[in-house]
Design a protein around this ligand. Structure first.
Ligand code: PGA
Length: 241
């Protein structure tokens, strides 16, 4: 696992945007797994300011609320459309959003021959996509109930926050060929530390990334503040300590 710690959220966004751009230059038809939420927003905005050619890129989202009407501003379908597809010039037909029971999402990902590069955020309770604590580490795409803490954290963006969502499972996420997890702010420090330095356990779903052979974690100093330098010394390359 490659853990990169940078000064602030702006530096994290620039770093991750460069990783994505490199991947698209290498593979113009990249299957890019996108995380939604506040953390990756500056990444998409940085990409939109650049001159990368995303015209052949395919995009797959991690999750979506259940029950929001089409076009709802708080839906991730709108987020992906307004913040990613439109600004980057990605054809709407090349965007896969989760819906239904989750089986359709698995089928679409298989049709695309899997996700090449998956961007991930992390919840303050350690959730990954909408896999809340207790999610099986080999779970597949499915409908889940959201915890109160997740609903409270997301209330600023959609009100009321739906009670359920359809999400890629932890097993689905692990099938991606490469993972990039980003986190910023002290509010994420505890979850980051548990996920990266604790046991791999359903209690902290994001800990499952430790099982993936190709992971880059990009943190700002605040999100890394509960990890000590020695925790990155064995087998990890911590470039910025
Ligand atoms: P955030 O969400 O980027 O809005 O903090 C991340 C998550 O809950 O996975």
């Amino acid at each position: 696992m490659d853990v990169v710690v940078l000064d602030d959220a702006e530096a994290v966004a620039a770093y991750v945007a460069a990783l994505v751009l490199d991947a698209v230059v290498r593979e113009p038809e990249l299957v890019l797994g996108v995380a939604t939420g506040a953390t990756p927003l500056p990444v998409y905005r940085a990409l939109a300011r650049g001159s990368g050619d995303f015209s052949r890129v395919r995009v797959v989202a991690l999750d979506e609320y259940v029950g929001l009407p089409a076009g709802h501003r708080g839906s991730y379908t709108e987020y992906v459309s307004q913040e990613i597809a439109y600004p980057l010039g990605i054809h709407p037909g090349n965007v896969v959003m989760p819906w239904g029971s989750g089986a359709e999402l698995e089928r679409r990902i298989t049709e695309l021959d899997g996700v090449d590069l998956q961007l991930l955020g992390i919840g303050r309770n350690g959730h990954l996509a909408f896999n809340e604590p207790g999610s099986p580490l080999d779970s597949r795409a499915r409908v889940v109930e959201l915890t109160e803490s997740t609903r409270a954290a997301n209330a600023a963006y959609v009100d009321p926050v739906p009670t359920h969502a359809v999400t890629q499972g932890l097993g689905t996420i692990l099938d991606a060929r490469e993972l990039v997890l980003l986190a910023t702010g002290t509010v994420k420090a505890r979850a980051v530390s548990a996920a990266l330095t604790g046991a791999v356990t359903p209690d902290c779903p994001a800990s499952v990334v430790q099982r993936h052979p190709r992971v880059t974690v990009v943190l700002d100093a605040a999100a890394a503040s509960m990890m000590a330098p020695w925790q990155t010394s064995s087998g990890w390359s911590a470039r910025a300590w």
